[in-house]
Write a protein that binds this ligand. Sequence first.
Ligand SMILES: *Cc1c(COP(=O)(O)O)cnc(C)c1O
Length: 376
Amino acid sequence: MKPIQMVDTKTQYLKIKEEVDKGIQEVLDSAMYIGGQKVNDFATALNNYHGSSYTITCGNGTDALQIALMALGLQPGDEVITPSFTYIATTEVVALLQLKPVFVEVDPKTFCINPDAIRKAITPKTKAIVPVHLYGHAAPMEEIMQIAEEHNLFVVEDNAQGIGCNYTFKNGTVKKTATIGHIGCTSFYPSKNLGAYGDGGAIFTNDAALAEKLKMIANHGQKVRYYHDLVGCNSRLDAIQAAVLQVKLKHLDTYIHARQNAANFYNKAFANHPKITTPYVASYCSHVYHQYTLILDGVNRDALHTYLAEKKIPSMIYYPVPAHRQKVFETFGAGEYHLEITDWLTERVISLPMHTELDEEQLNYITTEVSNFINQ
Ligand SMILES: *Cc1c(COP(=O)(O)O)cnc(C)c1O
């Protein structure tokens, strides 16, 4: 059996090596390392894939979120509602911009922000909501956009884990996540569903004025070189990453299918197990399985993690500490929050290996060992 990895980007690369190497060589030959044709071509292809109006590439997913919030013209102290159960980048950029992160509960089935919790957290200072499509499952965007409209709020989607996810509205319209809110953000960190071989990110919008502002902010606040109208930053996708991503984007839907197949294998193996809850998929979306995350009940989760490691099966806890328990947010009242569902999930989740290259032998071994531990 091939050694099992949490994410196997090497085997994936070997299958597209020729195409990727050719793309990288073209960049080296062109000597256009930053910007240029490769970056533009990739941005256009990504824009077409999403059916978005504007796509702005940038340095990474955290920058994408930061630039998105910078474009909204918020004032220090304005409140931004985010789930507590997320990766630090989502909430960190809010604090970095001197805005106030307000942490709310998630739905214990989807792991995504709970619309009722959003409603309860809204104050006169609330200006934006940042839903996260956690693990590759969409947050309930239709309801979130409804709330945003009622209260005149901006919505910035954190789609770092959700690229390729389809969202179906009640009227049958289907959109990609990241194109539903006012701004959508994604990451091309190597382990993400569309991963580069370095850092990268992108920002999506359907609003022409926001698009122009986002583009300027990502480029030192300038539209015309050396004429700076806004405070911006330096956040660029480099051409070598664009070359890699251009090739991988063509395979993205195949990659998503491979992840869904692996998830189906896991789901079948753990079906009806009294101590295991397999990932739920809401009727409004597809699941792109950035992570395959179980909820364990009546199982010593950390002992399972250790047992699996002994069997050479990697597993991860995403995330061991939610935002409302992070030291960094103490000045924002972290520690005073009572987010029981988030705490409950934090103690019970475990993510199993999930990537495009898992074979049946590996999946069989993983599911057998998980069951062996839990049934012992
Ligand atoms: C990965 C990730 C980010 C940040 O992306 P980087 O490219 O690593 O900066 C933001 N939010 C979520 C939910 C992520 O998983």
